[in-house]
Design a protein around this ligand. Sequence first.
Ligand code: NAI
Ligand code: MG
Length: 487
Amino acid sequence: MNTNKNKMFKSSWTYHEAPESTDHIQIKEQYELYINGAFTKPVEGKYFDTINPSNNQKIASIAEASKKDVDKAVKAAKKAFKGWAALSGKERGKYIFRIARLIQERAREFAVIESLDGGKPIRESRDIDIPLAANHFFYYAGWADKLAYAFPNRKVKPVGVAGQIIPWNFPLLMAAWKLAPALATGNTVVLKPAETTPLTALKLAEIIHDSGLPKGVVNIVTGAGATGAEIVNHPEVDKIAFTGSTGVGKYIQNAIAGTHKKVTLELGGKGANIIFEDAAIDQAVEGIINAIFFNQGHVCCAGSRLFVQESVANVVIQKLKDRMETLIVGDPLDKNTDIGAINSKKQLQTIENYIKIGLNEGVEIYQPDCNLPKKGNWCAPTLFLNVSQSHRIVQEEIFGPVLAIQTFRTIDEVIEKANNTPYGLSAGVWTQTGSKIFHLTQKLNAGVIWANTFNKFDATSPFGGYKESGFGREGGLHGLSSYVTFD
Ligand code: NAI
Ligand code: MG
């Protein structure tokens, strides 16, 4: 009955388009590498295209860094290290504060470019990605002159040159997560953004340049996996920080085995979102939507496995389907949009392949009516119902707007099911009973556990995984530790 009402609502009400303007955006036709404080052409003269995934049109040409370029960047970082590490924390902090303020000043431009290059809804890049990125720089700028308090009675030293490789799902935010703690603790950096979303990192290079940061302290090199591998294998890199797939994480760990390099890996996830019968059901339904459809489900900590207590399963699933009828899938730059474009053709193929796998495994599927745009990469929000633990769509990370739903009866059962995954990154618990929340946070094997909310991020709070989700923590006081050594 409800569903009909929502369908009627949808057909009789249309939102007027509300596109964010792109007039104020400056995007160059071609971007170079940022090495030793200068925008530098790649030695081999190779470039690749970055595409707008909502229409598959080219946005700009991007330099492809070869082994020689990476070597130049690492050498520049190494040369800059002595001076930067010797600077007082207070002085380092000033630069980092300046970068934070410059991001805030140009927040609108960053938000639009993030949505153009990666496909995420403007509401999310405007209200989440960009403010959180600025926040991260502010937060770690504050630590720069307080390291003695962060590590009392210990003498801390920076590690050296950090090689940082980031993914395409939160491009500017991941650059902030990597750069801010590294700089605050006195390290220098070679950072590589993902090949499908390099633009905001290159804009950040412009801001870093404007901030007057000493040359060579931050170097930004663009390219695909081969460029990333050059950073990983460079003998003068002292630390690798990686966020991305578990496959590449394993490769990195193998590649640096037996070297002096420190490493942190933030890899995939298959987060359990658990709804108890005593939860506030409407809020929980909103939480399920946010957990899996935020950023098209391209979220390592997404709540991609839903566990609903049997007594409320019917009502929760009906309400969830009703809510999905009202989701707007489309133009990332439209302020009404809930779900934007899938980041790349390759990722769309991965998701579509998993949907096929689910169907072949005989799982019941639900997708709302939605008119997907003709051009570009799109995927309707999808539920898989009545799944079992052994289904591949329950075990493997899909990284798209696809939710696998199971029911449970008892706490012990749901703990066992939730932990039955190779991953251990995130989980969510929905209940009005505080003691249940404490019980589950002790028993669930996940780095981040949300209670009566989901996908909330904060610079002051550590983030990271267990098992195949990787190791090391980013954010908060914990995030400083991976960038320091002790005398
Ligand atoms: P990926 O792991 O290949 O890409 C992440 C970053 O690693 C990019 O900057 C890429 O250029 C770089 N890279 C690739 N190969 C490398 C190598 N051999 N050495 C060093 N750097 C390398 O991820 P991909 O292929 O784009 O996505 C595949 C799957 O990975 C997704 O479907 C999703 O399941 C997962 N993923 C998880 C992310 C997370 O936040 N944990 C982010 C991106 C992807
Ligand atoms: Mg792109």
